[in-house]
Design a protein around this ligand. Structure first.
Ligand code: ASP
Length: 341
């Protein structure tokens, strides 16, 4: 039987970094020489793979929406020639990229595994080697028509993942959706949670530059502060609220600033600051006020997913009503519609 083929888009991250006088920086060519020295291809259970090293390799703190677009196009350009894909990425903004790719890669029928590590490969003790080998196996041999984030012992849906630990090797979690799989002695998939391939031909959507942002409420927030964030040319904002989606409804000036922005056509989506749980703007008067001024309840989306979805929806030719409706629908498994709206 011929070996499966995996395409690796190597964007950067700690995994291939070395120390420099200003701290860790990515080193060109290191990942390839490391894998060659380990003779990864000698094991017949392993797929063959090609690595496309991006230039420049980036610390993922330096990545923006244009990089999500580049990665999606790169995968699309090689889609027919490979059985699966790996995106090697820094952990800092990995959850944003893993959230963005499912919106851009439509009709996906092959696995796209986003991975990286907390400790560089060149350290004797590191998590990069295990993450890479498991990613190669999953990308080649498992039926997962989704963008997934593989890290430590878990396989998570990309658009549900968040980075929760700056030091630990289980750096990611999926607080509102079960893991799609676990990596232990065996790689076990939880098939009941894995999406079936969409019945549409594979194609890539692109992103245009958008003015979007995040406004996180805090006790004592002023209308001026909010107005500064919300002013033109802002087109969309993720409003991070308290608990089930509440804001200080006794702060009329703040609510007025939010209403002014909503009336100007700024898309405002309400996401909870809590790690787990869903927004229901109808539970409290402090949430209903947001519903009344046109804020969209973002259910249980992560802030990462809500932000990238905003980029995606604003980049398409949707009307405001369509954006409003789609923001509350699951487009690629990014939210659970469990409450009646
Ligand atoms: N700063 C690094 C990055 O995100 C962190 C990592 O990869 O773990 O590129």
């Amino acid at each position: 039987m011929s070996r499966k083929k995996v395409y690796i888009a190597y964007t950067g991250g700690t995994i291939g970094m070395k120390e420099s006088s200003s701290g860790y920086i990515p080193e060109k060519g290191y990942l390839q020489s490391y894998l060659a020295a380990k003779r990864v291809l000698d094991d017949p259970a392993m797929p063959s793979f090609d690595i496309c090293e991006y230039d420049p390799l980036l610390d993922s703190a330096n990545m923006g929406s244009e990089h999500w677009d580049t990665i999606a196009r790169d995968i699309a350009d090689h889609y027919q020639d490979y059985d699966g894909f790996i995106v090697i990425h820094g952990t800092d903004t990995m959850a944003y990229t893993a959230s963005a790719l499912p919106f851009l890669l439509q009709g996906l029928a092959k696995p796209v595994v986003v991975t990286g590590s907390q400790i560089p490969l060149h350290k004797t003790r590191n998590d990069g080697y295990e993450n890479l080998i498991a990613s190669l196996m999953v990308a080649a041999h498992h039926q997962i028509p989704e963008v997934i984030l593989l890290f430590g012992s878990r396989i998570l849906r990309g658009c549900r993942a968040v980075k929760v630990d700056a030091f630990g090797l289980e750096a990611f979690d999926s607080p509102n959706f079960p893991a799609l799989g676990h990596i232990g002695i065996n790689i076990e998939l939880h098939k009941e949670y894995i999406q079936t391939a969409q019945n549409i031909p594979f194609h890539v959507q692109s992103l245009k530059k958008q003015h979007v942002g995040i406004l996180r409420l805090f006790p004592g927030i002023t209308a001026d502060y909010a107005r500064n964030v919300l002013r033109a040319p802002l087109q969309g904002v993720v409003l991070e609220t308290f608990g089930q989606g509440n804001a200080p409804d006794n702060n009329k000036a703040l609510i007025g600033a939010l209403k002014e922005a909503a009336d100007r056509g700024v898309v405002i989506v309400n996401i909870t600051q809590c790690l787990r749980g869903t927004v229901n703007q109808k539970t409290y008067a402090a949430g209903q006020i947001l519903e009344d001024i046109g804020v969209i309840g973002g259910l249980d989306m992560t802030p990462n997913a809500a932000l990238v979805k905003m980029y995606y929806l604003l980049s398409q030719d949707f009307s405001m009503q369509e954006i409003y409706n789609k923001m509350r629908q699951s487009l690629c498994g990014e939210l659970t519609s469990v409450i009646s709206l």
